[in-house]
Design a protein around this ligand. Structure first.
Ligand code: ADP
Length: 511
């Protein structure tokens, strides 16, 4: 398999490797991992040898050529996962837990290497990438613990002759489709829960960022996760739909868990109907970030910086619309602009960079479109508002004031470094604007008025709300949305239930 790899590719992978000073795996093992899919415990190329390029968004350089799988290889992966499920579900929860803990420990010991790979393919700063590895792996540790707490119920029976129980059992093979914005964490948050529950998985990572997924398999192999339990099918954008169709349509797959756009989520749900699959969908957001007159404006500005500009604005819970009450509007705009002035945009691997590139040029085009539309309709650019000469994936962090509801930025998720600031007068008006979307993932507000805090927290139509806080996610909380932002919850004590069926067992004829 490795023979297929070109010399150039080998050198590129060595470039990633030389960026890491504390690399612990052997060169050939990781090189193999970063170019092939991982099916049934083997590193395999596409049947016809096809590959697709993975490029560094900071400089456009090729990092790796990765196996471009199709429906055939996906069917094979599902078959292997189905076979492996028969054994994996019979491991005791304690044994699964031990293996997951081992996987967690190995990944944690190799945090730097995983972070370097992540920055190279996604562009986020190395500091953010390190944070993502800690965050992503924390789900594996969390669910290693949760595996041992999958309690059923013994019910008080209404009949003397019967005893009634609820048993919790793994759903089976799970198809997992993930995005590029958290190439490590979106996989581990799902896979950790699925494996802990006793399910096996076939993962399709995003075409822009398959290397982080493959690197986690490399360590799963070292941890001794049995062959067929964790499979990763890599493919280009061209083949995503056919791979998705197999995962959604194959009756051997019992569950689909997806994180990505609402548009794709709807396609996958429709495709899952015929086989009546369980589905979890973590979809787009359009988060409102509200600053009331009573707020601590400095805290609100710091919150806006981290919520709006983390990952250069490419997180699904990023603030999309900043709503600021009239009395603090000018102060907030001025302070936010000053904070953004301090950003250092560049290659995420370079010292001092605070904000990396976007994932690709298409993402930049969307930000630019939103900026131009806002300016045309009366928005005033306070800072940024242009593409950067550093490369086609770079856009300047932007703040625009005098935003109104007619602008595209209020209706669509920008997914980029654009902070549009809307002025409002009344709390009711802010809630009306905040809830005037079909999305309902996260929302944030800053207020020191306790009555208002309860009212607004209850009235925002979202799955998660930050109150004087902009960093929400962690392994112990229930992450997920309402409305068209999705179904199901990830992380927390509830996350494992998404991968379990409840079986009711009734013992009769008792005296
Ligand atoms: P984004 O626009 O942020 O890339 P997508 O929803 O298109 O979001 O992509 C998220 C994931 O869904 C990626 O892994 C992508 O390859 C995959 N994907 C996109 N379209 C389909 C599809 N029709 N079937 C299956 N997977 C898809």
């Amino acid at each position: 398999m490795i023979g297929k790899m070109s010399h150039k590719l080998f050198n590129n992978i060595l470039t990633i490797r030389s960026m890491t000073s504390i690399c612990k795996s052997s060169r050939s093992a990781m090189t193999l991992a970063l170019s092939n899919a991982y099916i049934n415990g083997k590193w395999v190329p596409a049947e016809d040898g096809s590959t697709f390029p993975v490029k560094n968004p900071a400089n456009g350089k090729l990092i790796s050529e990765v196996a471009d799988m199709t429906a055939n290889e996906t069917e094979a992966a599902v078959n292997h996962a189905a076979k492996a499920f028969k054994q994996w579900k019979d491991y005791t929860a304690f044994d699964r837990s031990k293996l997951l803990k081992k996987w967690y420990t190995i990944m944690t010991n190799n945090q730097e290497e995983l972070a370097q790979i992540l920055t190279a393919e996604n562009g986020k700063t190395i500091t953010e990438a390190r944070g993502e590895i800690m965050y992503g792996t924390s789900f594996v540790e969390w669910f290693a613990e949760e595996a041992k707490r999958v309690y059923g119920d013994v019910l008080p029976s209404g009949f003397k002759s019967k005893r009634q129980l609820h048993l919790k059992q793994p759903v089976g093979v799970c198809g997992i489709i993930t995005p590029w914005n958290f190439p490590n964490a979106m996989i581990l948050r799902k896979v950790g829960a699925a494996l802990a529950a006793g399910c096996t998985v076939v993962v399709k990572p995003a075409e822009d960022t398959p290397l982080s997924a493959l690197a986690t398999c490399h360590y799963a192999e070292q941890a001794g996760i049995p062959a067929g339990v964790l499979n990763v099918v890599t493919c280009s954008h061209k083949h995503a739909a056919e791979v998705g169709k197999v995962l959604c349509g194959n009756p051997k797959v019992s569950k689909i868990s997806f994180t990505g756009s609402t548009e794709t989520g709807k396609i996958l749900m429709k495709q899952s109907v015929d086989t009546m699959k369980r589905v979890s969908m973590e979809l787009g957001g359009n988060a409102a970030f509200i600053v009331f007159n009573s707020a601590d404006v400095n805290a609100a500005v710091a919150g806006a910086v981290s919520s709006k500009f983390r990952g250069s604005g490419q997180t699904c819970i990023s603030a999309n619309r900043l709503l600021v009450q009239d009395q603090v509007y000018d102060e907030f705009c001025e302070k936010l602009t000053k904070a953004v002035e301090k950003f250092v945009v560049g290659d995420g691997l370079e010292d001092g960079t605070t904000h990396g590139p976007l994932i690709n040029e298409k993402a930049v085009d969307k930000v630019d479109k939103h900026v131009k539309d806002a300016v045309e309709k009366g928005g005033k650019v306070l800072i940024g508002g242009e593409r950067l000469a550093k490369g086609p994936a770079f856009y300047s962090p932007t703040v625009i004031r005098d935003i109104n509801q007619e602008m595209a930025v209020c209706r669509e998720e920008t997914f980029g470094p654009l902070a549009p600031v809307i002025k409002f007068k009344e709390e009711k008006e802010a809630l009306l604007i905040a809830n005037s979307t079909r999305m309902g993932l996260a929302g944030y507000f800053y207020s020191q008025d306790i009555q208002q805090i309860w009212r607004v927290a209850e009235d925002l139509e979202v799955g998660m709300v930050g109150i004087n806080e902009s960093v929400l996610s962690a392994m112990n909380i229930a992450f997920g949305g309402i409305k068209e932002s999705g179904l199901g919850r990830e992380g927390s004590k509830y996350g494992i239930d998404e991968y379990l069926n409840i079986k009711y067992a009734c013992f009769g004829g008792l005296h």
